[in-house]
Write a protein that binds this ligand. Structure first.
Ligand SMILES: Nc1ncnc2c1ncn2[C@@H]1O[C@H](COP(=O)(O)OP(=O)(O)O)[C@@H](O)[C@H]1O
Ligand SMILES: [Mg+2]
Length: 326
């Protein structure tokens, strides 16, 4: 049964699409069967894999509005083992059309549920907003991966994203977890970039991936050739880092599967309720779950202080905490 990871942030240009494409390609390179679902009407995940979503007869829009056989909306990509459900401009209409429809927040979940058996990973590339398309993605997902760009005001806006995640947990998808926070576009020449890394590790501790994605010309160029970095420049630093990220994601998935199996073996429970350990190291290492937020109001409070007007700079300039080695 595939794991569904939404790559989300309401900020544009933080590396959501780059991460979706390249994490997907690196998981596929390692033998996983991966589907990317491009939920951004800009269709950048589609074009970054060499496909113009506007030219396709079927894509995410048709799958959402239906009824179609969703397999018709899935295309192969230049990367073996990596498929995509494309999007194009017509998906921007869906945000409005969905408002008046039955089950408007859960339509993507219905689409993805029917595909879970066919893939090891389903990665959902979200648009830069917290509108209905992102809510659909969070409702369909097991977990959310949050890219954080290593630049000024990087942590600003996280409170809104965390609030949206909590709302979805409360009303639509109680098993949604935070998969991890990924630091992107790290520029070794900027002191500020290191400060952002330190701040992120201080606030999110081990939920921040050890892998940090560097700012790299090759990563920026690859989409214009319609290729993931592992096909465009297999030995570049960007390719190596995204391979490392894939390993981290796989090891988290391995832990989750092992825990799920042992929970099932110990005490079979209703389907949909397994794989959500509430205690133990696995919980603290891998998940941010709702009870944890409830139990630790400070955590959200800290993130809050980061978003107060004028607060972010202050936070970033505080003496840095110990940096985890990566
Ligand atoms: N690590 C990186 N190094 C250099 N350029 C990058 C990197 N990650 C993303 N980019 C470029 O930055 C821009 C925004 O990235 P993108 O992944 O599209 O962000 P988002 O999907 O969050 O809007 C794109 O032009 C992309 O090619
Ligand atoms: Mg994008």
């Amino acid at each position: 049964m595939g794991r569904v990871i939404a790559i989300a942030s309401q900020k544009g240009g933080v590396g959501k699409t780059t991460t979706t494409i390249n994490l997907g390609a690196c998981l596929a390179e390692g033998g996983q069967k991966v589907l990317i679902v491009d939920v951004d009407p800009q269709g950048n995940a589609s074009s970054g894999l060499g496909i113009n979503g506007n030219d396709q007869r079927f894509g995410v829009y048709e799958a959402l509005i239906g009824p179609i056989d969703v397999n018709q909306a899935i295309l192969p990509t230049p990367m073996k083992g990596l498929s995509i459900m494309t999007s194009g401009q017509r998906l921007s209409g869906a945000e409005v059309e969905l408002v008046g429809m039955m089950a408007r927040e859960t339509r993507l979940r219905a689409v993805i549920t029917s595909l879970r058996e066919d893939y090891d990973f389903i990665l959902v590339d979200c648009p830069p907003s917290l509108g209905l398309l992102t809510i659909n993605a969070l409702t369909a997902a097991d977990s959310v991966l949050i890219p954080l760009q290593c630049e000024y005001l990087a942590l600003e806006g996280l409170t809104q994203l965390i609030s949206a995640i909590r709302l979805v947990q409360d009303h639509l998808n109680s098993s949604l977890r935070i998969e991890g926070v990924l630091l992107t576009m790290f520029d070794v020449r900027l002191n500020l970039a290191q400060q952002v890394v330190d701040e992120a590790r201080k606030f999110f501790s081990d939920r921040v991936y050890k892998t940090v994605i560097p700012r790299s010309v090759r990563l920026g160029e690859a989409p214009s050739f319609g290729k993931p970095i592992v096909l465009y420049d297999a030995h570049s630093s960007g390719a190596e880092r995204y391979r490392e990220l894939a390993q981290e994601v796989l090891s988290h998935a391995g832990v989750i599967r092992a825990v799920t199996a042992s929970v099932e073996a110990a005490a079979p429970v209703e389907s949909g309720k397994v794989g959500v350990p509430q205690t133990g190291t696995v919980n603290s290492e891998v998940y941010v779950d709702q009870p944890e937020y409830g139990d630790q109001p400070d955590e959200v409070g800290q993130a809050d202080s980061l978003t107060r007007p004028g607060g972010s700079e202050e936070c970033i300039e505080r003496p840095s905490a110990e940096v985890s080695k990566h």
